[in-house]
Design a protein around this ligand. Structure first.
Ligand SMILES: N[C@@H](CCC(=O)N[C@@H](CS)C(=O)NCC(=O)O)C(=O)O
Length: 289
């Protein structure tokens, strides 16, 4: 880094600090605009965007539906975090942390709010009795990896991804620091997947969904244009597992929901019905306009 920074006695907010998120991030919580959340016809209302944290949940919902759990039908509403939708009063009432994904379950006696992607995965797994092993030891191994993901991915996303792809300049110190940690994490996964078909054993679980959304998509070259830089093909077991999960039809559908970037036929901004994948992708919506 060229300039040496001397922190002031008391930190103050510099709104022009630059970078891709400078216009939306703030040092305070709470709503900035009054706007009710939208509610559709299904018990489950999802407010999200197809980032890795968002994709975890839409993959889980599509997997539950594929298994025949009709109660998992859901309305998915697009939250454009670049426009500040996460700061509306309606969104904040579901997630006081103002981050996607957020879920409201209207099938309970009083609606249940669920925020934090790991908590949403666990809630859905328990509600439907799926993708979570039943015996205590196997369930704990699944939880080990779910919590591992929740604690580790901020180093990959908020650390490596931020400084490699989003910061206003490329600084060697933070990129080195977080590239090293991201590669260490990939090695953790690679060693686990050398002896296990799925992350927590033989069964495909919510731990796979959570980890795949970040590390699977990373090795498949979909995050931060960093596949070559991180030499992802050297993690052969992670690559094998990532491709296997990627081939699941529910995963392909889950990736499309609340997607507002990429090729138009892959973008399903809102999902209210299974047929929307055939009729409401952006290529079709724009062709009809
Ligand atoms: N730990 C949270 C992280 C959620 C998160 O960071 N969401 C990002 C998108 S991936 C977001 O909504 N950012 C908006 C903002 O920071 O204002 C979870 O797993 O649900």
């Amino acid at each position: 880094m060229s300039d040496v920074y001397t922190p002031p006695k008391v930190w103050t907010w510099d709104q022009s600090s630059g970078g891709r998120f400078a216009s939306i991030n703030r040092p305070i919580a709470g709503a900035t605009k009054e706007e009710d959340r939208k509610v559709g016809k299904h018990p489950l209302q999802l407010y999200s965007l197809a980032t890795p944290n968002g994709v975890k949940v839409t993959v889980m919902l599509e997997e539950l539906l594929a298994l025949g759990h009709e109660g998992a039908e859901y309305d998915a509403w697009l939250v454009n975090i670049g426009e500040g939708d996460q700061f509306t009063s309606g969104f904040v009432s579901v997630n006081p942390n103002s981050k996607i994904p957020a879920l409201m379950d209207h099938s309970t006696e009083t609606p249940t709010r669920v925020f934090e992607s790991g908590s949403i995965l666990l809630y859905l797994a328990e509600k439907f009795g799926a993708f979570l092993p039943k015996d205590l030891s196997s369930r704990t191994e699944c939880m080990n990896w779910l919590f591992w993901q929740m604690g580790s991915a901020p180093y990959l996303g908020g650390g490596f991804g931020h400084f490699y792809a989003y910061a206003p300049e490329k600084w060697e110190y933070p990129i080195n620091r977080f590239a090293m940690e991201s590669k260490r994490q990939l090695d953790v996964l690679d060693r686990q997947l050398a002896d296990n078909k799925m992350i927590a054993g033989d069964e495909y679980t919510i731990a796979d969904m959570a980890i795949w959304a970040w590390y699977g998509q990373l090795v498949l070259g979909r995050l931060y244009e960093a596949a070559e830089f991180l030499d992802v093909t050297s993690y052969k077991n992670v690559m094998r597992w990532a491709k296997e999960i990627d081939a699941r039809p529910a995963v392909s559908r889950g990736r499309m929901v609340n997607r507002a970037f990429g090729e138009l036929h892959t973008q399903l901004h809102e999902r209210h019905d299974a047929s929307d994948f055939e009729t409401k992708t952006q290529d079709k919506i724009e062709a009809a306009e």
